[in-house]
Design a protein around this ligand. Structure first.
Ligand SMILES: Nc1ncnc2c1ncn2[C@@H]1O[C@H](COP(=O)(O)OP(=O)(O)OP(=O)(O)O)[C@@H](O)[C@H]1O
Ligand SMILES: [Mg+2]
Length: 251
């Protein structure tokens, strides 16, 4: 029997319930996400959730439209599949999140809040990051990086047209973030979005204060990733020199 035939035979209410059940099961929108989404919409943060820009293991990012026709990016952390054990390495040792106990749900909520706070700190420091707008439970709303509703691509996807300039801009941002007391800790070509004017750092949830025991190693890893990527374009850089410059806050 075909699916449509079997559906027709069922009472209308049951069909509706089944439909809803099916949607809930196949969708990324678990109950906490649905509740947070509905609260945000009621608050008028945005009006519609349009489509997924990217879907990943830890989070999905959607484009949303606001009442005035402008766009936002909504990052929805996955409660079921996020690697919350790994997240704890970047939460423990961060003075802002000392009281987070460590269960799955609590960790992911703290992580969302951490990305929001980091975006606040990094943008205040003058780094090019999406402006944070709102965080609730596992949902983070931020500035949509795109043009005419089309999201910009990552550095990994587009490559660099001005390698030296882009390299300098990224290192400059890492220095600004460091001078403000933080380390991004997840810099790679996949977490950089490009527009005509240059690179934006995204995916800032992993960022830690410079007082975190792993901060120096995370900064070195960030710098090595940037040097490795731009090395392919022939950009020459001395790792030790760059690290010193960042730590001094001078470039
Ligand atoms: N503010 C934004 N505006 C437009 N597109 C965005 C924005 N933030 C993220 N994106 C898109 O979504 C993708 C995934 O974002 P992000 O790197 O923050 O999440 P993720 O890699 O899934 O997170 P995690 O690594 O924590 O699992 C990006 O590569 C980019 O294409
Ligand atoms: Mg990412």
């Amino acid at each position: 029997m075909s699916r449509s035939q079997s559906k027709r035979k069922e009472p209308e209410r049951e069909v509706k319930q089944l439909h809803q059940k099916g949607k809930m099961e196949s969708s990324v929108f678990d109950r906490p996400s649905l509740l947070a989404l509905s609260r945000m919409m009621k608050k008028g943060i945005f009006k519609t959730l349009d489509y997924p820009i990217a879907t990943g293991k830890e989070a999905d990012v959607y484009r949303a439209t606001c009442a005035d026709g402008s766009f936002m990016a909504v990052k929805m952390y996955r409660i079921d599949t996020s690697n919350f054990v790994k997240m704890q390495d970047y939460i423990h040792g961060d003075y802002r999140f000392e009281k987070v106990a460590g269960g799955r749900f609590e960790t992911i909520i703290a992580w969302t809040r951490k990305e929001y706070k980091n975006l606040m700190e990094f943008s205040r420091a003058g780094a090019r990051v999406p402006r944070p707008v709102f965080a609730l439970r596992n949902l983070l709303v931020m500035e949509f990086l795109g043009e005419a509703g089309v999201p910009f691509s990552t550095l990994g996807q587009t490559g660099s047209e001005n390698p030296q300039k882009d390299f300098d801009s990224i290192i400059d941002d890492l220095a600004k973030i460091h001078a403000a007391g933080f380390v991004h800790a997840d810099v790679s070509e996949y977490n950089i979005i490009m527009d005509d004017r240059g690179p934006y750092l995204i995916d800032c949830g992993q960022g830690v204060p410079t007082s975190h025991p792993g901060a120096a190693a995370f900064l070195l890893r960030d710098v090595q990733n940037v040097i490795r990527y731009f090395g392919k374009y022939g950009v020459e850089a001395d790792e030790t020199e760059i690290m010193e410059k960042i730590k001094k806050g001078k470039l």
